[in-house]
Design a protein around this ligand. Structure first.
Ligand code: NHR
Ligand code: GAR
Length: 225
């Protein structure tokens, strides 16, 4: 197959916050590092300030406020996820990218996008799945911390990791200083993995990632060169 001629990968990005990973991905699409384009940026809360930044770049954005599906009976997860799905599928996205998306997705939702949905998590998975990863790494006295890009599976932060970046934990580090160091490498590794998918180098084959024709048994480690 002539991969150079493949159509640009259509990418949907889901955010809950500042969207700096989304912006790094947008830049990588613009520079040609990723042979793709962002077809929709979806935020689940008003605090997803990255939506305004995406708009400034001329990207299509949509606010699907999870709060709107909250009622006396609790959270109508099925209704919220149906709205998300509708927006993603209407955009024609081939790849769904969770970029600081803070809501756990049901197995049904994840299965709809099997092998086509990625997450970036701020830890060296399998260490520290879930929330507050920087505080937990500091409290444990870890010398090293980092970020992982993984395929999303129904079990939280347990899908196969694809690429990791390590950063040192330095004396005097706080959650803020450590998370800033991790963020900087997140902005390198997320575009890198998406570029593999766009170049058709990385595939999901029956529950396992395949990179350049070989099963990826553990994450690649990112290095500057
Ligand atoms: N969904 C599935 N099924 N599997 C994964 O691996 C997922 C996922 C949804 C999001 C991102 C994840 C992370 O990288 C992610 C991975 C939110 C929570 C959480 O507990 C945990 C992990 C992640 C995202 N959220 C709370 C909830 O009740 C809400 C927290 C809040 O609103 O601030 O959904 O860490
Ligand atoms: C990133 O550090 C990402 O790893 C983390 O949220 C931040 C989002 O930053 N994700 C999670 O914690 C998922 N639970 P951004 O909005 O600037 O890209």
């Amino acid at each position: 197959m002539n991969t150079a001629a493949a159509a640009p990968l259509r990418i949907a990005v889901l955010i809950s916050g500042r969207g700096t990973n989304m912006l790094a991905i947008a830049r990588a699409c613009a520079s040609g590092q990723i042979s793709g384009r962002i077809v929709t940026v979806i935020g689940d809360r008003v605090g997803a300030t990255g939506l305004a930044a995406a708009q400034d770049l001329g990207l299509a954005t949509k606010l699907i406020e999870a709060r709107a599906w909250r009622n006396e009976a609790g959270f109508d997860r099925a209704g919220f996820e149906a709205a998300l799905r509708e927006q993603i599928d209407a955009s024609g996205a081939e790849l769904v990218v969770l970029a600081g998306f803070m809501r756990v997705l049901s197995a049904g939702f994840v299965h709809h996008y099997t092998g086509r949905i990625l997450n970036i998590h701020p830890s060296l998975l399998p260490a520290y799945p879930g929330l507050d990863t920087h505080a937990r790494a500091l409290a444990a006295g870890d010398r090293e911390h980092g970020a992982s890009v993984h395929y999303v599976t129904p079990e939280l932060d347990a899908g196969p990791p694809l690429l990791q970046a390590r950063v040192p934990v330095l004396p005097g580090d706080t959650v803020d200083s450590l998370s800033a160091r991790v963020h900087a490498v997140e902005h390198r590794i997320y575009p890198e993995v998406i570029s593999w998918i766009a170049a058709r180098r990385l595939h999901w084959c029956g529950g396992r990632p395949q990179l350049d024709g070989a099963t990826l048994d553990g994450p690649r480690q990112w290095s500057e060169d």
